[in-house]
Design a protein around this ligand. Structure first.
Ligand SMILES: *Cc1c(COP(=O)(O)O)cnc(C)c1O
Length: 388
């Protein structure tokens, strides 16, 4: 047996990637699978973004670049943060990373050490606690409830704070719940963060995927005191359907961004140079592609919600952002793994068990897939629940 580093033995592999792989393998075998497990948009990357990357290849953008990112991309991101999010960042406040996941990992390595506590509201995106553990910090999980739309309350945040608390993780719109915090809710959390002199990382990867006129507010835009304590994590994967490109970014105080760039310079170096030119085009050219994808998500959301709400024993809040529905299955008496396994076996529908997100009474359904799959999948889910 190999004596592995303790670091890695404390961390389980990603359940979402596991199930998606299992469903894909069944599909390859010719089994008629309905997968509602996707964690990525089903659209191809918009053509003009692909063209920009191809042109960059032809222009010889094939060499090492600065570890923190192409200057032109850092400038475009800084401008985007000013315009879209009312955040006053210069290019030096921005580092380009290998995706939003890498942004958060770099941040944990730069900010967190043994003894530090990081407050994470559950249901959470599954990598947050594991990243904290890999950085030798302690994740402090705060369970939210459906009754409160799966949002952490100011009282809950206050109660979770100790002298060791260093960072609070905010994800709005949320994966897996689709919830979006209102301005007043974010303001109330910001006041506590300032009062206790904590850091907050705001994962805004779903900021463009919003429904029914919902607005996304960046916590850092609420005043200079909270701005100083905010780090923004974002990327191109979800807004521009660029999951495989691996481009994300962090923005925050220069000293902190510099620290993450030191880590990056000794680990991954720069993000794929020509891919960064695709990202520049994503920011600088027409945003119509974002709206087109949003229109498709909006239509699918209506269909999936109507169908789920017709099934007895299931309940879910209305997602206001992202492309997931988080469904409470506790009335079936099963836990989330049992429910997901049996559903896959008996009806060939793939969903993600809530335990992956710290909520064993729920499952996550993704509507980042075509309407036919959604309709067929939810019909089968209905048959499954009715057969129990
Ligand atoms: C998808 C996702 C990310 C990051 O994705 P990348 O592909 O690494 O850019 C970060 N946070 C949440 C909540 C996500 O769902």
């Amino acid at each position: 047996m190999i004596k592995l580093a303790t670091r890695v033995t404390k961390v389980p592999p990603s359940i979402t990637l596991d199930i998606a792989a299992k469903a894909k393998a069944m599909k390859v075998q010719g089994i008629d699978i309905c997968s509602l497990s996707a964690g990525e948009p089903d659209f191809d990357t918009p053509q003009h973004i692909k063209e920009a990357a191809k042109m960059a290849l032809d222009r010889g953008k094939t060499k090492y670049g600065p570890a923190s990112g192409e200057p032109k991309l850092r400038a475009a991101i800084a401008k985007k943060l000013q315009n879209d999010n009312k955040l006053d960042y210069a290019p030096e406040n921005v580092i380009v990373t290998n995706g939003g996941k890498h942004s958060l990992f770099n941040l944990m390595l730069a900010l967190i050490e043994a003894g530090d506590e990081v407050i994470i509201p559950a249901p959470y995106w599954l990598s947050y606690p594991e990243m904290v553990k890999l950085a030798e910090g302690t994740p402090v999980i705060v369970n939210t409830t459906e009754a409160n739309d799966y949002k952490i309350t100011p009282e809950q945040l206050r109660q979770a704070i100790t002298t060791k608390t260093k960072l609070f993780v905010l994800n709005s719109p949320s994966n897996p719940t689709g919830m979006v915090y209102t301005t007043s809710e974010i303001k109330a959390l910001a006041e506590i963060i300032i009062e206790h002199d904590l850091w907050v990382v705001s994962d805004e990867i779903y900021e463009k995927i919003l429904y029914d006129g919902t607005e996304q507010i960046s916590i850092g835009s609420l005043g200079s005191e909270i701005f100083k304590r905010t780090i923004i994590s974002n990327g191109f994967a979800k807004s521009y359907s660029m999951t495989g490109w691996r481009i994300g970014y962090l923005a925050g105080p220069k000293e902190l961004i510099k620290a993450t760039s030191i880590i990056q310079s000794h680990s991954t170096s720069n993000v794929c140079t020509f891919a960064q030119y695709g990202a520049i085009s994503a920011l600088e050219e027409s945003q119509d592609c974002v709206q087109e994808m949003l229109q498709a998500f909006t239509q699918r959301r209506t269909v999936i919600l109507d169908k789920i709400r017709a099934i007895p024993h299931l309940s879910c809040p209305t997602p206001m952002g992202a492309f997931y529905v988080f469904v409470d299955i506790s009335q079936t008496g099963m836990n989330s793994l049992e429910f997901s396994d049996k559903l896959l076996e008996s009806q060939q529908v793939a969903v993600i068990p809530g335990i992956a997100f710290g909520a064993d009474n729920c499952i996550r359904l993704s509507y980042a897939t075509d309407l036919t799959t959604i309709e067929k999948g939810i019909d089968r889910l209905s048959q499954f629940v009715n057969s129990l």
